[in-house]
Design a protein around this ligand. Structure first.
Ligand code: CTP
Ligand code: MG
Length: 335
């Protein structure tokens, strides 16, 4: 359930905006970082094209959705004309090729839900995940990138929240906390629900972009240059928004009943999604609907123990932003 608790926002919260903005600037990847990424992508493509001449490369994740930081890895998806049941074999072959071509720590991962090759680029030291034909990831990458172009406060909020999550140890899906992707969706959903709104709901508008993935239509309004002034009426600063974001997740979100949904621009009920009972390992303790694969709850990795850790971290962050004299230090203190 919720612990709805009304806290009046501290009157001097905006004093922390300059500090948060310089943190944000320092998190954005440098030109040098981006150049190294391009080099990695180039040598990777050369290597793959030898084996699969018709392969097409798509970038996904934070190297393409604009939510990357100077600590982000590189996520690459190859479009290769193969039957999906042959993916494991292709992943193994690809791993062999990359190893031969001098990439480091090449590791085929065929047991996970998404089969990938993981490796390190010896030139840059970047770690790189390569998947095959995961077009939902390519589609949601474009959606996130388009949202990022509407109001810069989304990028500011999301990079700061991702930074916080990494330092506080709550950005580790293998340990039962949330992915970076989940945090970005939480930020988008939050800004869609500000009053006045800072972000629109692109999937609720007349579609100008349609991509069909595995029979599912991924459609939304993508002419975002027309929406440059969308959030202008809302004057909230990044400090106010960060405060409100953590207060929402600490005290206002209805964990028992609600699902956050970027697709609808609103919260919807667990009842409606049939996410009320535990099925297998999916516990639905914090519910974040994937915008295109709507049966996916990005919170499904969270269990009884990690939901406690997450909520304690949200409460810790909220109270630091409320009471601390120098919140930017305590907030990002490594756990
Ligand atoms: N993804 C997905 N479904 C998930 C998790 C991830 O579709 N349950 C896809 C998304 O396209 C996401 C990408 O995989 O952008 C990479 O996920 P993740 O590593 O969580 O996000 P990044 O944005 O790459 O973050 P980081 O900077 O931490 O690498
Ligand atoms: Mg990534």
């Amino acid at each position: 359930g919720t612990r709805r608790r009304w806290v009046e926002r501290r009157h001097d919260i905006d004093a922390f905006t300059p500090g948060l903005l310089s943190l944000y600037e320092s998190l954005k990847p440098s030109e040098e970082h981006k150049a190294k990424q391009r080099q990695l992508i180039e040598s990777l493509t050369k290597s793959v094209i030898k084996e699969w001449p018709n392969a097409q490369l798509h970038l996904y994740g934070s190297c393409a959705n604009s939510f990357g930081t100077s600590h982000s890895d590189v996520d690459v998806c190859f479009e290769i004309d193969i039957a999906s049941e042959d993916t494991a074999q292709v992943v193994l072959t690809l791993a062999g090729t990359l190893h031969k071509d001098g990439f480091h720590n090449v590791e085929p991962i065929t047991s996970a839900r998404v089969q990938i090759v993981r490796m390190t680029d010896p030139g840059s030291g970047f770690s790189c995940d390569i998947c095959i034909n995961k077009f939902f990831a390519v589609a949601n990458t474009k959606l996130l990138k388009d949202y990022a172009q509407i109001d810069e406060r989304l990028l500011q909020l999301a990079l700061i929240v991702k930074h916080w999550a990494k330092l506080r140890g709550v950005n580790e899906t293998f340990r039962g906390t949330l992915s970076s992707y989940a945090y970005v969706l939480m930020c988008i959903s939050f800004l869609q629900q500000r009053e006045p709104k800072i972000l629109p709901c692109l999937q609720a508008m007349e579609p100008t972009y349609i991509m069909v993935v595995d029979g599912t239509e991924c459609a939304y309004f993508d002419e975002v240059h027309q929406l440059q002034d969308f959030g202008a009426e809302n004057k909230e600063s990044i400090a106010e928004l960060l405060w409100a974001f953590f207060h929402y997740w600490a005290f206002d979100h209805d964990y028992r009943n609600d699902v956050i949904s970027v697709r609808t621009g609103n919260t919807i009920s667990k009842q409606e999604k049939n996410w009320t009972t535990r099925v297998g390992n999916d516990r639905h303790l914090i519910c974040i609907e994937d915008p295109f694969e709507t049966s996916h709850d990005l919170g499904r990795v969270v269990d009884r123990q990690t939901i406690r850790i997450l909520r304690e971290e949200f409460e810790r962050a909220a109270s630091i932003l409320q009471y601390d004299d120098d919140p930017c230090v305590a907030l990002f203190e490594p756990y």
